[in-house]
Design a protein around this ligand. Sequence first.
Ligand code: UD2
Ligand code: MN
Length: 374
Amino acid sequence: MPSFNSKWRYLFMLLGVQLIVMALLSREAYQKRVSYFFKIFRKLDVLSGAAGSGAGHGSNHTGVDVYANLSQLVLLPKKEDMHYCPKRSPLLSGPIHVSFPSGLTLAQVERKNPLVVRGGRYRPPDCEARHRTAVIIPHRNREQHLKYLLYYLHPFLQRQQLSYGIYVIHQAGNYTFNRAKLMNVGFREAMREEDWDCLFFHDVDLIPEDDRNTYTCDRNPKHAAIAMDKFGYKLPYKAYFGGVSALSPLHYLKMNGFPNNYWGWGGEDDDIGIRVSLAGMSISRPSLRVGRYKMIKHKLDEGNEVNPKRFSLLAKTQQTWKLDGMNSVVYELLSREYLPLYTNITVNVGTLDGLRPPTSKPQPKDSAENRPGH
Ligand code: UD2
Ligand code: MN
């Protein structure tokens, strides 16, 4: 007959075993259900403007929420003698979950980025950034895409502990679009404001999917958008330089910037790629694993029809690159607005036949209020 004491011992052992079994069950068998519930909460969060992922076309449910960890930043005290940020940011986590929830507003993006100041500028609150990057976005009639890009880009750059500014270069009027010339405008207008050490030339519809794709410059011009969903996450051809590229001011001036004479869709990205090698540089790239982007689906825009002259222009790049580019760019600056999430530069780039008044003029904002903040 077991004693009273050993009965209790058995009872405790039984309870212990039960506890272990329950712990294992919740780890293994219930993991899926638990993560399913978390997903539901995340979805609700986005719609209330509080978190970063949700349902939408093209969602793939891998990767972390781009805003994960960033709330800690607000709590960190500002030190008197700040040290340089570490070489590798501790905030990086790799793949980012990208989807396009409907109903997102710019006010929500603003609320989620409390440390971004007027003009879309940011610097890490707890350390001295090692890099100063300006992002230049050519733009016209793509407000919806711009909203999503800002939603993802701000936290993405904050995760990398960069000091940064976002510039949207808006082509005024209805004349044919000129992506490369807008980049030249962006370069000049951004450098006029601050001593940026790297410029990212960024299509409005490309969302980076991995925060290890650092928005800093390399020794050579960098083509960052190497793996896009629209090309099956592969480089379409070796000389490809479209989408997102990064050049230091020195790189940019060495190749005389970008061409001004490509009107409409196509060719200018290949011209830029050729300029890199004509100026004695080579193209650097991140790995296919890291340089991943999702392109928001769209049709060819009105006013950006395929340029039939693109092949004949490309054949002459070797003769024209020193004559046409940063040293010959002519434009009319119409306004500079320091908005909460970006600096908006509206410009008249004219037409193939030279500078003409734009077909419609925007109203510049009140100038006293119109300064970047830090
Ligand atoms: C490809 C390249 C792009 C460029 C273009 C040819 C990719 C991912 N990108 O883009 O870098 O070389 O071919 O010109 O392969 N935009 C506006 N409003 C317009 C028209 C264009 O904002 O009305 C801007 C916007 O930033 C857009 C970019 O110009 O992302 C490129 O135009 P696109 O997206 O229509 O061309 P796409 O996707 O074929
Ligand atoms: Mn596109």
